[in-house]
Design a protein around this ligand. Sequence first.
Ligand SMILES: [Mg+2]
Length: 219
Amino acid sequence: MQTLDWNQFDTVLLDMDGTLLDLHFDHHFWMHAVPEAYAYKNHISIRSAKAKIHREIESHAGTLNWYCLDFWSAKLELNIAELKRGFKEEIRVHPEVLDFLAALRRHGKRVVMVTNAHRDSLALKLEMTEIGRYFHTLISAHDLGMPKEDIRIWSEIQRVTPYDPKRTLLIDDNLKALETAQRYGIALPLCATFVSPKLGRIDPQGFAHFESFSEIMPH
Ligand SMILES: [Mg+2]
């Protein structure tokens, strides 16, 4: 992508999963680990557990429930947060993310995480990585009662940490989130296309985008 003019921005809103962290962890967890635990508990085949759970997951796509560990714990009668904790060693930060976050702070930017991830999932990822200390504020969509797919979230965030949308950059791999942010008036919704070395690139569908944080590093 073209070099970013960092003078245009004083706030950076950052997504977590896929954008800063390797999405393979969550992908593997929901596609394999959860169905396997469900199959074991209910004495059914892994194949039928996968079919049932993948169907359920799809039916809640784009909603807060989709991201809600409590919702899935109740629905599947499994302790999802505890199960997730068992795989925590697999959590990985993308290359150059820590350098990028440090550079944002060095340049005096306000650094705010806005994640659809549940608080338990966020806590686990902060425990296992070094990303947390670079943020001024960390916001879980669950605290606001709506996901980033809901345009109202961008004004709700103003109550937690006021920001000027015209001087704000959002980095996210979620096209629906980029779209609501754009409609709200966030100056630059920027798509992170590299979500995992093990998964395909995101098609940015017309949004400005980058693959490696080295492309947008403030100097
Ligand atoms: Mg994401």
